[in-house]
Design a protein around this ligand. Structure first.
Ligand code: MRU
Length: 343
């Protein structure tokens, strides 16, 4: 693709967010000029993916300042509005980290806040490019294959989920650019289909060969030897290497462990949360029951059924072969814990 996608774009007066609920059928944007619209966009997954909601939250501080000036808010009202953005979703630590970083410039005014938010966005793209190279180097060194690689991924970790390029999908794009990628198995990612709607859409834009498969197919594909490695993103990585990512990830990791193939997590260091000791301490977002009981607004489960809809699961660090960050690849299950190496 000649022009890099921008899921989150500052227009000068507000945010333009690619509406990820409408993809792949419609490419539209949602304009955001107030805090309620931003919180709603984050909660409805108009904008989603840990680094992308981090970038949106960073600019959310500017949106609160502008709205506060228009509507005559006190400083504490503006700070409360920022806190609502910060808490719009609980699992991805990037949202809190990015809002807190930009809030260090709050007292310096709008221009300083905007400069910091732009730096958050710029640094995320730089980190993604670095991860792409580190991850591709590691996979090509580690996997002894005289043919291009077959990679499985779960959820969407591409340009849509970040400030640009992508984390796990960035590694996949780098392998493709080097001519070392045969095919991607993209898990469809129930219940909101980030894999079949968004990852497949990005792969089509890039001309990358891929299969979309049901989440339930992943373990079988891996155990049949049809995959060389799996690579996924993360929403929060605890100090012991336990990793929260889109629900269904832990099953992929278990299958990779059984098959003896690498399971990589690619995430910027802003996703590593050393204040969270382990996976049990990660707040897993529980979303509305209707997302699993209905499809397209039509009830698919019996009227009497209840839905259980955790948006994420935790993969124990022992199942994570390597963590790809902008600093390199840590071999987590070989004892290089993030907490030890990223402090
Ligand atoms: O609920 P979502 O779509 O925001 O979940 C996204 C994921 O789980 C991604 O894998 C993660 O945020 C990493 S994005 C680079």
């Amino acid at each position: 693709m000649s022009q890099e996608l921008r899921a989150v774009e500052w227009t000068g007066t507000g945010l333009a967010l690619i509406d990820q609920t409408a993809l792949p059928h419609r490419t539209t944007t949602v304009d955001v000029h107030d805090v309620d619209t931003l919180v709603d966009a984050i909660q409805r997954l108009v904008v989603r993916g840990a680094p992308a909601i981090g970038a949106a939250g960073a600019y959310g501080v500017a949106i609160a300042l502008l709205q506060g000036a228009r509507e005559g808010w006190t400083e504490s009202e503006t700070r409360e509005a920022v806190a609502r953005v910060r808490e719009a979703r609980p699992t991805a630590v990037n949202l809190m980290v990015c809002v807190d970083r930009v809030m260090t410039r709050f007292d310096d005014g709008l221009d300083a806040v905007l400069a910091e938010a732009a730096a958050v966005q710029r640094e995320d793209v730089e980190a993604n490019r670095a991860m792409g190279a580190f991850g591709a180097d590691w996979l090509l060194k580690r996997i002894d294959a005289d043919r291009p690689l077959r990679i499985l991924t779960h959820c969407n970790t591409g340009a849509l989920a970040t400030a640009g390029w992508g984390t796990a999908l960035g590694v996949i794009r780098e392998l493709h650019a080097r001519g070392r990628l045969e095919v991607v198995y993209a898990d469809e990612t129930r219940p909101l289909l980030q894999g079949s709607r968004l990852t497949a859409w990005e792969l089509v834009q890039e001309g990358i060969p891929h299969f979309v498969q049901a989440d339930g197919a992943a373990a079988g594909t891996i155990l049949r030897g049809e995959v060389d490695a799996a690579i996924v993103g993360a929403d929060r990585i605890a100090a012991n290497g336990d990793t929260a990512n889109k629900v269904g990830t832990v099953g992929v990791a278990l299958a990779c462990a059984d098959a003896g193939i690498p399971f990589l997590v690619a995430a910027p260091t802003t996703t590593v949360d050393l204040s969270t000791p382990d996976g049990a301490a990660i707040h897993i977002e529980l979303r509305g029951e209707d997302e699993v009981l209905e499809w397209g607004g039509v009830r698919t489960a019996p009227a009497e059924s209840r839905g259980h809809n955790p948006a994420f699961d935790v993969t124990p660090g022992r199942l994570v072969t390597g963590l790809v960050t902008e600093r390199g690849v840590l071999e987590v299950s070989a004892g290089e814990l993030p907490g030890d190496r990223l402090r």
